[in-house]
Design a protein around this ligand. Structure first.
Ligand SMILES: Cc1cc2nc3c(=O)[nH]c(=O)nc-3n(C[C@H](O)[C@H](O)[C@H](O)COP(=O)(O)OP(=O)(O)OC[C@H]3O[C@@H](n4cnc5c(N)ncnc54)[C@H](O)[C@@H]3O)c2cc1C
Length: 427
């Protein structure tokens, strides 16, 4: 039986903008201990690596961390790897790389847990890369009665499409299977100062210039301050080495961090030097603090066909938002069929904001940004900060009612329904 430990009074999320209200934390060491914890609790919510910026992982009574469930089982014949729910991408990647395998894509940081990342449809970039939950081929979770439930794409494709982006609502995930592929190398090149106008004229070409492309901006001077192009070295139509100019941008001659003034030592290698997929697809290295540390984040997904008007409308707010911003990043995400994914049935442009930690001021800007992006039916990132009212949020997800029904079936008593989910489902 997993004993609930009394945590220190101020248990916070990674950014420190949120103190969890759950007084108790369970730290089970086995699936059986997860089942015992679920059976004894009236209310319980899983905690991943705490990188979400809102209360999606909080609970009024109990949290449960699966960090001790860290098994990694590669099945080369099935091209899958099955991980315990506590495993982080940064732990998993070198293990499968050593055996000649890779994941299709990664987020900007490897520090996050697989269970927590798929819960919120965490993504990297790439016109042909879905979010990280699209790699899920099976999940195992403990439902509200303490029973172990297994769902796989081969046996229950529709249920897996519902459960992959799970928002922590279905139960406590214990194991996740992910598709793997033969390992590959990636070369990363950074360019400086790409005018917005170039994107308007060459959007498809710019985002297709690499396996994964990120554009950074401070919204000033109608230009992207940095363009990060990550190319697979095994793509015949994509030479890894890029020239000194990229449209009207120029190749960086020193290693860059996306946020001005931060040390580029924290970033993965640049200058077109090839390296393993897991050491190039994220922007930040496992042993360093990713991004800034003292920050807030928000992100909105619009259909890719509306990318340029959406960028221009956010640009109109530039003189007020730039002073409060560390950086913005624009990435693409392939459309998918996962019910609660921000890219559900929409190839998307993700417009991300890393804010200075200026609480209320940021909330004010979010209201304005959301109003500007409303005509494009922008979906906010589940793990970041947003102010969109629940009814508007629900309307953005065509399968929301089906998801809510599934949640009720897995969790009739509302054991896993925290304040975040209560507001979403009924607010
Ligand atoms: C510096 C930084 C950079 C980031 N970069 C990116 C990025 O590039 N792309 C992107 O999309 N997002 C990014 N994010 C956001 C981050 O990926 C998401 O918030 C993600 O959900 C965090 O995962 P986590 O493991 O920390 O989960 P938590 O934040 O701890 O929890 C998230 C959700 O997962 C659920 N959960 C966790 N474990 C389980 C389990 N075992 N069973 C059931 N539910 C569970 C929780 O209940 C909660 O609902 C970034 C965040 C930070 C701080």
């Amino acid at each position: 039986m997993a004993n609930a430990q009394q945590p220190p009074p101020l248990r916070t999320n990674w950014a420190g903008n949120l103190s969890y209200s759950a007084p108790r934390l369970f730290e089970p060491r086995s699936v059986q201990e997860v089942q015992s914890a679920v059976r004894v609790c009236h209310h319980l919510h899983a905690l991943g690596s705490r990188h979400s910026f809102n209360a999606i992982a909080d609970d009024s009574e109990n949290q449960i961390s699966l960090s001790a469930l860290n098994s990694i089982d590669l099945d080369p014949s099935a091209s899958t790897v099955t991980v315990g729910a506590g495993v982080r991408y940064g732990d998993l990647a070198p293990v499968i790389e050593a055996r000649g395998f890779a994941l299709k894509n990664l987020a900007s940081l490897p520090h996050i847990s697989v269970a927590g990342a798929i819960a919120t449809a965490t993504h990297g970039s790439g016109l042909h890369n879905g979010n990280l939950a699209t790699a899920v081929s099976a999940v195992e979770f403990v439902d509200a009665d303490g029973r172990l439930v297994q769902l796989s794409r081969s046996q229950a494709p529709d249920q897996l499409a519902a459960a992959a982006v799970h928002l922590g609502a279905l139960g406590i995930l214990t194991r996740i299977s992910l598709e793997v592929q033969p390992t590959f190398q990636v070369a990363q090149t950074v360019y400086l100062d790409l005018p917005f106008a170039e994107l308007e004229d060459h959007l498809e070409e710019i985002f297709a210039s690499g396996y994964s492309v990120s554009l950074f901006t401070d919204w000033q001077n109608s230009r992207f301050t940095q363009v990060w192009i990550k190319r697979r070295t095994d793509c015949i139509d994509e030479p890894a080495t890029l020239g000194p100019e990229f449209f009207a941008a120029r190749r960086a001659t020193e290693k860059m961090h996306p946020i001005p003034g931060q040390s580029a030592e924290a970033c993965t290698d640049q200058f077109g030097i090839p390296g393993p997929w897991y050491d190039r697809l994220p922007h930040f290295r496992m042993k360093f603090i990713p991004s800034s540390g003292d920050e807030l984040q928000s992100e909105y997904f619009v259909p890719l066909e509306h990318a340029c008007p959406a960028i221009r409308v956010v640009e109109t707010l530039r003189d007020r938002i730039t002073p409060h911003l560390l950086v913005s990043e624009l990435r693409t995400v392939e459309a998918d069929n996962l019910w609660m994914s921000m890219a559900y049935q929409r190839r998307s442009l993700a417009i991300h904001f890393t804010w200075k930690p200026a609480g209320d001021a940021v909330l004010g800007f979010l209201l304005e940004i959301e109003a500007c992006l409303a005509p494009f039916h922008a979906r906010p990132h589940w793990g970041k900060i947003f102010t969109l009212p629940p009814a508007e949020l629900r309307a953005l997800y065509p399968r929301f009612t089906d998801f809510r029904s599934l949640v009720s079936r897995c969790d009739a008593s509302g054991k896993f329904c925290n304040q975040f989910l209560t507001a979403l489902c009924s607010g």
